[in-house]
Design a protein around this ligand. Sequence first.
Ligand code: UDX
Length: 441
Amino acid sequence: MSTRPRLTVIGTGYLGTTHAACMADLGFEVLGVDIDETKIARLAAGEVPFYEPELEQVLRKNLETGRLRFTTSFADVGDFGDVHFLCVGTPQRKDDYAADLSALHAAVDALAPHLSRPCLVVGKSTVPAGTAVGVAQTLRATAPAGEQVELAWSPEFLREGFAVRDTLRPDRLVFGVVSPRGETLLRAAYAPILAAGTPVVITDFATAELVKVAANAFLATKISFINAMAEVCEVTGADVTQLSEALSYDERIGGRFLHAGLGFGGGCLPKDIRAFMARAEELGVDQALSFLREVDAINLRRRARLVDLAEELAEGSFRNCRVAVLGAAFKPNSDDIRDSPALDVAATIQRRGATVWVYDPAALDNARRDYPQLSYAESAMAAAAGADLVLHLTEWAEFRTMDPAALGTVVNRRNIVDGRNALDPVRWRAAGWTYRALGRH
Ligand code: UDX
């Protein structure tokens, strides 16, 4: 095998597409595979099927060099690759909190029969502790190369909106390996990133699996901590944004993920803490993670609190009330609406009788598909036209820099709830708005 292994990426969703394009950008030959033929055709044509800054450029550039290719054939993948990255999704199961591993098992079952020479399979998907051991057994039992096929687990920590940067310059790498050979191959596959001085932690499978869920559980806890403080601020008259700033100067605490507001959503944090609790229960250590139940509850209470604040401004009833919702994505710089706090609030208010007009710079198509009961506008001004109430629910830069006086000319009443504590209350009040927010007066 050459010093530069040939890579394959199995699953071309968010993680897989970014990983494939970035690894090609680092100089590797990469083959991406997916069972979705439409998705593969679009990627091969240089089109990214979701919103992610910089990714389309990286994809196109590397398709042009020929280093990056896509296929739907697992036989091609088996032939081509020295290192195979498993990047399929592991969403929350419909009927309970646990992770749905069906896509992961299907990917391993599709790949294994085509592994007829020595290679390394690397799990990157977020999985419950104990999953990797089972995958290793399946590979050994069903791959023609048997013991020559080794498994490693190397979780991915990329954030949506920063996916390219996080993949090319991660904070750290975690290599869950069972042999020096696995470690050597993984080091070769990440050589350019390691050469840049990225720290690497070598672990066993269970630790590698846990690092990812522990990191997300910590981040979710930090957000819910400051949102719990916001609840206390609301009854004491304190200001959570000042509280957060004052806490942030303590280096032991730090200011990141200490932003109070409508709380976390997305495809990772909510489902990861739930899957973590479900796995802890199976392992008989549910008590250790019972605090995550509270983290989840605090997070969901923020949505309810925002609806209450909105109802107060609507003078007690949403009937005959026109509401403009600014933001649909679960966070700015993304078109992802999975478990979006903004759309959850919008749908609740609409159910309670309001007419809701939603605008988002990137997520309108996705929102329209999943929430057809809401109305959609093509700009913030259009959404706000005639509104009795404006809700700022996803802090896109475009909303943060909005001119309150200009918006004030199109609304029916100047009422705004800032669900992300991202607008300047002094400016909005000076322009005649009644400004309310979470955790401050
Ligand atoms: C997260 C992790 O950050 C990433 O490492 C992991 O790989 C996947 O899950 P992501 O889901 O892209 O990434 O979003 P992130 O930036 O972490 O934000 C999650 C949610 O928390 C968003 O809804 C955001 O609005 C909210 N949030 C974040 C807050 O409410 N307050 C904060 O201070 C930070």
